[in-house]
Design a protein around this ligand. Sequence first.
Ligand SMILES: *Cc1c(COP(=O)(O)O)cnc(C)c1O
Length: 364
Amino acid sequence: MSRPAKAYIDLRALRHNCELANSLAPNSRTMAIVKANAYGHGVLPVARALEPLVPAFGVTCMEEAVELREGGINKPVCLLEGTFSDDEIPLAAELGFWLSVVNKQQQEAILTASLKTPVTVWICVDSGMHRLGLAVEDVASTYRSLATSRNVAGDMVVATHFACADELASDLTHRQLQQFRAGVASLANADTVPLSLGNSAGLLGWPETRVDWNRPGIMLYGSSPFSVPHAEADRLRPVMTLRSSVIALRDVPVGESVGYSARWSAQRPSRIATVAIGYGDGYPVHAPDGTPVLINNQRCPMVGRVSMDMITVDVTDLSTVAVGDEAILWGKGLSVNEVANCAGTISYELLTRMPRRVPRVYGD
Ligand SMILES: *Cc1c(COP(=O)(O)O)cnc(C)c1O
């Protein structure tokens, strides 16, 4: 006895995708990005499944890193935006978290902290995305001051992030690479300093970004970062399959409308299936009429406005359909990218905003 709306998480597919990331860049190390509750998949089961395959994890903030430690994950965890307040620095050092340094305030705070153990630092360079990171001109001075500080452990990594790596002909990516290389060239140890460049799109689509560390996120979860077919990205397997069931069926005569605002009305005698999933379950409220839904593995158009707990699907063309039949909203057989596209959003958003109300069911 339970509501049928559930997100099935295929940990075997997750591992497959991670192994693909590893195999594309056998000379790099993979930092698995598990921020935002592992893109909505549930951070602890995901991190436990990936821990044997990767040397480190990346998250957004201290809260997410602590959740990993408390869940028994012992590998290093990198805070991709560094600290938000200075009291996080001793905690990061104590718990073995790596700190990004994305501005001079963070640099200063690490230099002046009083730490029992030194902390590992990633210096993040703004190579052209202009969101976070140190200016290219400041990389050398920041590197020098941190490298000579007793508060900083071992090898620092110098990293950057691309704005347009998902656009395979992007000129900006070339310019960012040039800027980044100029920043690295200004370091005394330019030839040996470890570097980190690519997110999923970089790793998959830009071989020159495969350096010491890659930082794949979305590809681990089986969603291609590209809007066009791509030989490697198309080998990814979807990890989350959002499923529910048909809970009602009715025949709607020509001219009668379905759902809120009477957005859709029948142009022919129509059989309408009501499925127990809605925007309260992370299904996009902006999904238009015609957004595909798999009913018993056959594509049918969603019709009428998405409700909080239900959607309506035109199943007129199916030969058989019954209450209790399976509905797949995205995942196996229907890519989350396609549904996101229909709804004017991106797979990242659909996955990360999956609410708590939808139980995650893990399978291997
Ligand atoms: C989120 C994030 C990534 C992962 O990006 P994907 O596009 O999901 O692969 C990599 N690096 C940084 C700094 C990030 O914030």
